[in-house]
Design a protein around this ligand. Sequence first.
Ligand SMILES: [Zn+2]
Length: 336
Amino acid sequence: MAELSATPPLDPAPLPWLVPRFAELARLADAGRLPHALLLSGPRGVGKRSLADALIARTLCAAPGQTACGTCHGCAMLASGYHPDLLRVELEEGKRQIRIDAIREVNAFVAQTAQQGGYRVILISPAETMNVAAANALLKSLEEPGGRTLFVLLADIPSRLLPTIRSRCQHWSLAPPEEAACLPWLAQRLGDEEEARFWLGLAGGLPLAALAQAEPASRALRQQLLETFEALVRGAEPVAEAARLERQSVEATLWYGIAWLEDLIRLGLSGEPGGVRNPDLLPLYRQAVKNGRVRDWFRLLDYAREQRRLLAAGGNPNPQLVLEAWLVRWSALLRS
Ligand SMILES: [Zn+2]
């Protein structure tokens, strides 16, 4: 359901690697050429939310400079966590879809006048989780939003949006930043540049994902999965290994499995360790590459991606079975 209040308050400053894109948006806004609907897409962990937050704050600010001023009445309201002209529609905890009720609220919101006399802003995230009824209900507002209205749609996978929604938005796609643009930021948070480089590589160059992977709970899970992987290489029984893993960790298990398979394929094809994302796993990879064939790694990769897609769509009700089937396949490859 849509929420009128929000915590924590928006950060009006974009993350450092997003500053150039933000400056482009600010220039468009100052020239009165900001589109009424923006679709910001990019992989999870690239910083879409930060860019959206900074843009929303600047749009609702009465006296913006490069960023929102931070002191006007609009900025003060945002800082307090509530602004009457901002509506956020986000996926509820534990839900997989944004439903039509939430979008009806958006349509009612768009039909009102802005209370502060400026813009009305609607954030929808992740936009691709709108079901068909919700997306269709949004179309009319996207087509005839009225003046001074800004829709910001965020999407990890924009291809999952209805084409009719995509075509009504100006699409901005965010790619993983250059290392130099985000490494200092990450190093500051992790306390060390080498550490930052390691986790950034592991996260495929996505700085926020790197930060999340480096958190103690994620590190512990990675360590546990690494031990499982080692055990399988040594010939351990996969069903028993699956039973030791947390059911909740199934998505992370698939995520790591996919990253490791991609490493294995890269290593198997080129023989060069340079491009792998998990250099600490090279000794294990070398052992696995000896046993498996690249063709089979590709098959397992397809399987893992399909499982992850099904999980995201709520298609498989039993995570434990997914874990078992996954480890059984891994183990068969590692032992072949
Ligand atoms: Zn302001």
